[in-house]
Write a protein that binds this ligand. Structure first.
Ligand SMILES: [Zn+2]
Length: 414
């Protein structure tokens, strides 16, 4: 079985007119944590290229790593770990129940439900909840918390199983999953098949307009095949059989696009048309801006490298904070992988005592800060910087400087 294949046509509109936007060379899979330093060095690298569709302007990776390789047992991301997520989902459930007129015992399905954090918010509102997630451990955690979860990939056969078990559902939700899926068209068709007529489907994905405008390029990695903005996705949704009724953005994960649609062939709402025409004025549609992007990224990473290596050369100790998937790209582009960062602190227990692939940085628990008292912490999980600073303050950690690498390099003194 080949582990990687080229993607030759647009995953949304099927055009073969693709042009290369970014080329990051080859790097290991960010979730493929190693058990020891030696194994870390020998992790396989895969090409990471970002293409742009000349026809619908969709952005997607140039290559696809075999999904078994991506999501096997090493998928260690747990939603419930970050407090800001819990709050986000509470507000989300409030908004959806109100907006879609959901009532007691209506059925909610979450695709890529992880540890059930989102569904918990709906269960509290007395809705019936079903989760589905291919990762073993998060599914187990969800089930042990009485959030019924299928440990399966969402595909035609699991969609049939859900419909057999529960019938058609009232509302389907999905968060930051639809950028991962292999056959995006099939996924949306299966969602349509599972929904009642006039049932609602709402999804949140990283908003690529923010990625471009704020230079959040480390959100580009092998697990994410698609980098969505509203225009291409709305075109695609309408073709499949969805009416789009509301589009909004929020600041979760550095910028999220929320699309609410309905199983209906009626016209999109006026709010949606307005959103689409505003979006077409953004830099994501500016060819010149986009062609200079790679150069800008390189400059940013060079600055980060100079800053961190100067501190290391002055004999300060620099630790990382967080071991997110995206750390691998940041480490590679900033050439910090061999800089002498020995440890990175992590709150997710599943990752502790493992190693970031290729860089051999060991993932350790919070106590390491208290014992070793590093001078600097570079926040690899920069999107959670507020949570991290709060935690450091609550543990009374002092005399430490925080380096936030993105969107703009800055330091915070505690
Ligand atoms: Zn396209």
């Amino acid at each position: 079985m080949r582990k990687i294949k080229k993607i030759n046509k647009c995953r949304l509109c099927e055009s073969r007119e693709l042009s290369k936007m970014l080329d990051f060379g080859s790097l290991p899979l960010g979730n493929d944590l190693a058990l020891n330093a030696r194994q870390s060095k020998s992790k396989i690298s895969y090409r990471l290229v970002l293409n742009n569709c000349n026809s619908c302007n969709h952005f997607q990776l140039g290559h696809e790593v075999h999904s078994k390789k991506l999501f096997a047992t090493n998928y260690t991301y747990l939603t419930g770990v970050a407090p800001s997520f819990i709050n986000h989902f509470k507000n989300y459930a409030d908004w959806i129940v109100n907006r879609c007129h959901l009532k007691k015992n209506d059925i909610v399905l979450d695709i890529g439900s992880n540890d059930g954090t989102c569904l918990k918010a709906f269960k509290k509102k007395k809705l019936k909840v079903i989760g589905i997630d291919p990762a073993i451990l998060p599914s187990k955690i969800a089930n042990s918390n009485r959030i019924f979860t299928y440990n399966k990939f969402f595909n035609e056969s699991s969609a049939k199983k859900i419909r057999n078990d529960f019938g058609e559902v009232d509302f389907i939700t999905s968060h930051n999953v639809l950028a991962h899926v292999n056959e995006i068209k099939n996924v949306f068709s299966n969602i349509l098949y599972l929904l009642k007529n006039n049932g609602y489907f709402c999804f949140e994905v990283g908003y690529f307009v923010n990625v471009v405008e704020k230079n959040l390029f480390d959100t580009i990695y092998h697990e994410h095949l698609d980098y969505h903005h509203a225009n291409p996705i709305v075109l695609f949704l309408n073709k499949i059989g969805f009416q789009v009724i509301n589009i909004s953005t929020n600041s979760v994960q550095g910028g999220t696009l929320r699309v609410l649609c309905k199983k209906s062939t009626e016209q999109n709402s006026q709010q949606v048309s307005k959103f689409l025409s505003n979006e077409r004025k953004k830099s994501i549609y500016n060819k010149k801006h986009m062609s200079q992007w790679q150069k800008k990224i390189q400059q940013k990473m060079l600055r980060l490298n100079k800053f961190v290596t100067s501190k290391i050369n002055e004999n300060f100790t620099v630790y990382g904070y967080g071991a997110p998937t995206k750390a691998v790209l940041l480490l590679k582009l900033s050439k910090l992988s061999k800089s002498g960062i020995q440890y990175t602190i992590e709150d997710n227990k599943l990752k502790i005592n493992k190693f970031i692939p290729q860089s051999s940085i060991e993932i350790v628990n919070f106590k390491k800060i208290i014992i070793n008292k590093p001078n600097y912490l570079i926040i690899f999980a920069w999107n959670f910087v507020d949570d991290i600073v709060d935690k450091l303050k609550s543990k009374k950690i002092k005399n430490i400087k925080i380096i936030v690498p993105l969107p703009d390099l800055r330091t915070i003194t505690l």
